[in-house]
Design a protein around this ligand. Structure first.
Ligand SMILES: Nc1ncnc2c1ncn2[C@@H]1O[C@H](COP(=O)(O)OP(=O)(O)O)[C@@H](O)[C@H]1O
Ligand SMILES: [Mg+2]
Length: 226
């Protein structure tokens, strides 16, 4: 071991809280399920914290506006990846870790997998370098559970249209880009089956919430026993 070998996972496993990430394309139903899951967690007697990426802190919300809104000039892929990672670093340091330290259940709408899918695969920066900068940004903090909401592109698009919101910089990308993202999310989930639940997000919101609640209950029950 040299001074340049940094041990991974410095703090995560010792924290009493539970960290849950919702992943999937825009319009998959992440915000909808975040709200439902928070209600379920509270009903079980735990404190839930709902948050999102990029965002969750003052600086992270400013970085979100920079990277997602149109009108900031050209943002090349590496710059984009680093802005997302910087926003994530502040989010983890200022919001996620303190909440986990207090034993809360943190539910984030997007986390590292979104960067691996969008920047690593979609922008073709590669999975390894994007994982590396995000390990640095998060100090190795991984979710206890990641919920992947998987939905065909057309369904997600129709749902987005129903919200009447203008597409942001990433939403405005071509269909092929979004197909690659969808595939990437599925591949990531396949490679870590123990900490993922993949859900057909074409089901009704209630059906999806029930699947998520069952899986999260396993985590809550294990916490109650300690
Ligand atoms: N399972 C579902 N079936 C049908 N419509 C849904 C479902 N989940 C969410 N929606 C609707 O689709 C739109 C996008 O959902 P949202 O939760 O905002 O997705 P995301 O946060 O992943 O972009 C919203 O209008 C929402 O009400
Ligand atoms: Mg949303």
């Amino acid at each position: 071991m040299t001074q340049f070998d940094i041990p991974s996972d410095p703090t995560a496993r010792r924290l009493p809280g539970i960290f849950i990430a919702l992943e999937g394309g825009d319009g998959a139903g992440k915000s909808t399920q975040s709200e439902a899951l928070a209600a379920h967690v509270q009903a079980r007697g735990f404190e839930a914290v709902r948050t999102r990426e990029p965002g969750g802190t003052e600086i992270s919300e400013k970085l979100r506006a920079l990277v997602l809104e149109h009108g900031h000039g050209e943002i090349d892929a590496r710059t984009e990846a680093l802005i997302f990672a910087a926003a994530r670093a502040a989010h983890v340091e200022q919001l996620v870790l303190p909440a986990l330290a207090e034993g809360r259940v943190v539910i984030t709408d997007r986390y590292v997998d979104s960067s691996i899918a969008y920047q690593g695969v979609g922008r073709e920066l590669g999975v390894a370098p994007v994982t590396l900068i995000n390990d640095f940004a998060t100090a190795g903090l991984r979710p206890d559970l990641t919920v992947l909401l998987d939905v065909p592109l057309e369904v997600a698009k129709a749902r987005r249209r129903s919200l009447h919101s203008a597409d942001d910089r990433l939403e405005a990308e071509a269909d092929s880009f979004h197909e690659n993202i969808r595939e990437a999310f599925l591949r990531i989930a396949e490679s870590h089956p123990a900490s993922y639940v993949v859900i057909d997000a074409g089901k009704t919101p209630e059906e999806i919430s029930a699947v998520i609640a069952r899986r999260v209950d396993e985590l809550l029950n294990s916490r109650e026993r300690v």
